[in-house]
Design a binder for this molecule. Structure first.
Ligand code: ADP
Ligand code: MG
Length: 270
């Protein structure tokens, strides 16, 4: 479905993504993790067609370089880390923008485009916001609208750059469960980036760890999320516990506890 071969992105003479090899079969969910500045967003933006790259990018066996903009948009939909929101635009019209690659020469929406937009809004529980402007929504509601626009595009590959970073733990789960449900129902392929390692491990089939633009680890969540690998690349001390859907990564402050926290303060004793 998606194949990257020695995929490389240079910005202003700096190598930001450096020779990444990756295959994401249809229907699989792969999440790219890595410390701040590792190149995760740059990788996704280049796959999404927003940045030039060198190397190989194949979508369904077709080289991306050979695809016209519109044909590429029919294959890949993305949700950026910080999408630019057109001021004053209503939610319905914003989600309808996702239909652009399906529209004809004159760019006029068809009945089918309106129907798909309505259906996606319903599916994401956003109908009641259809006439509201994006600026009036909460962070979580807006995040669902961004996802709705990408889903309205009906592309088989979905790129999600930290789709839940603005969300509290409940809305985070809601959005990720929804993406997983859509993946199972529609056979979507998902390439995401995620900040929270435990959450990344719970939702992805495979993880790719980037550091300095290079793949430094790849495999199942259990293979990648180890205390040793996380310690080395994030310079963090963590504990990893087995969980039902993947390893649970918990930050663990190095060194012993001190002072009152030791639990042996005379006034707090039994
Ligand atoms: P991540 O998403 O993993 O945090 P990014 O892909 O956003 O990382 O950025 C990777 C590196 O590329 C960072 O060091 C960032 O400063 C650099 N970078 C991103 N965009 C530009 C740009 N337009 N010009 C120069 N450097 C950039
Ligand atoms: Mg990023």
């Amino acid at each position: 479905m998606l194949r990257l071969g020695q995929f490389t992105v240079d910005i202003d003479g700096h190598r930001i993504v450096d020779g990444v090899d990756l295959v994401v079969p249809a229907g699989e969910w792969v999440t790219v993790i890595g410390p701040n500045g590792a190149g995760k967003s740059t990788l996704l933006r280049a796959v999404g067609g927003e940045l030039p790259f060198t190397g190989v990018l194949e979508l369904d066996g077709v080289r991306a370089h050979d695809l016209r903009r519109r044909d590429r948009a029919l294959r890949v939909a993305s949700v950026a880390q910080n999408p630019v929101v057109p001021a004053g635009m209503a939610v319905f019209d914003y989600v309808l923008l996702g239909r652009t690659p399906h529209m004809g020469f004159l760019g006029r929406e068809s009945t089918a485009d309106l129907a798909v937009t309505t259906e996606v809004l319903t599916r994401l529980d956003l109908e009641r916001f259809a006439r509201r402007t994006l600026a009036t929504l909460s962070g979580g509601e807006r995040q669902r609208v961004f996802l709705a626009r990408a889903l309205a595009q009906e592309a088989p590959l979905l790129l999600l750059d930290e789709p839940t970073s603005a969300l509290d733990i409940g809305h985070q789960q809601e959005v990720l469960e929804l993406v997983d449900e859509l993946r199972r129902a529609d056979g979507l392929t998902v390439l995401a980036t995620m900040h929270d390692l435990a959450v990344a491990g719970e939702y992805a089939d495979r993880l790719v760890l980037l550091d300095g633009g290079r793949t430094v680890a790849a495999g199942t969540p259990a293979e990648v999320l180890t205390e040793e690998i996380i310690g080395r690349h994030y310079r963090a001390t963590v504990r990893v516990f087995p969980g039902a859907h993947g390893p649970l990564v918990v930050p663990a402050r190095p060194g012993p506890r001190s002072g009152l926290d030791q639990g042996n303060h005379p006034n707090l004793g039994p």
